[in-house]
Write a protein that binds this ligand. Structure first.
Ligand code: URA
Length: 187
């Protein structure tokens, strides 16, 4: 298995799909690579693409706020990554982000898969439906947000994406419950 830096270099060189065609900035990951919790989002947005770092735009600001209120220390406790390493913009409207397509998720799959293997988190929080798709979780998010699913020896928790039109209270509560479950399992 390669290390995180080698994988990052491999991602940098990727030309698998149209998203990389104009030398798009790849957004790999951030946070504590030895953390036991990994948070997986969808794809970088405009700010993430500029900075080359995941979750630094509006979604990131919201996520930081929710994590803080739920008692997580994001620098210490968490490693962050996305399903896609390139920004997905609408061809007809270059400024507007869109949901990743199935073929794009498939093309990028190997990178997140290896990233998870290297980080080897005990717990994975999935932000939104694209991250759920990666794990082939098909139940509606409204039925399983904040719940625990066991997969390949890891505990997986789907939650609403930070910019989903759902009350802050619900998103914070889910994270609080997850924090409690993680604490119980580490006792
Ligand atoms: N920024 C990210 O890095 N991921 C998302 O899912 C949304 C915004």
């Amino acid at each position: 298995m390669q290390n995180l830096e080698e994988l990052k270099n491999q991602v940098k060189k990727c030309k698998k799909c149209e998203l990389c065609s104009n030398n798009a900035t790849k957004v790999f990951g951030k946070g504590n690579e030895y953390a036991e919790i990994m948070i997986i989002g969808e794809a970088p947005g405009e700010k993430e693409e500029i900075d080359g770092i995941p979750f630094v735009g509006r979604a990131g600001e919201k996520l930081n706020k929710y994590l803080k209120e739920a008692g997580f220390d994001k620098e210490k406790d968490i490693y962050f990554a996305n399903v896609l390493k390139c920004r997905t913009t609408d061809k007809n409207n270059n400024k507007k982000d869109r949901r990743p397509q199935e073929d794009e998720i498939k093309n990028c799959r190997t990178f997140l898969k290896q990233q998870i293997e290297i980080i080897n988190p005990k717990f994975i929080i999935l932000c939104g439906v694209t991250a759920m798709k990666f794990f082939k979780i098909t139940e509606p998010l409204k039925n399983i947000h904040g719940k625990e699913i066991s997969k390949n020896g890891r505990k997986i928790y789907p939650v609403y994406h930070p910019v989903a039109r759902v009350k802050d209270e619900i998103k914070i509560n889910d994270l609080k419950n997850i924090k409690r479950k993680i604490k119980e399992q580490n006792e």
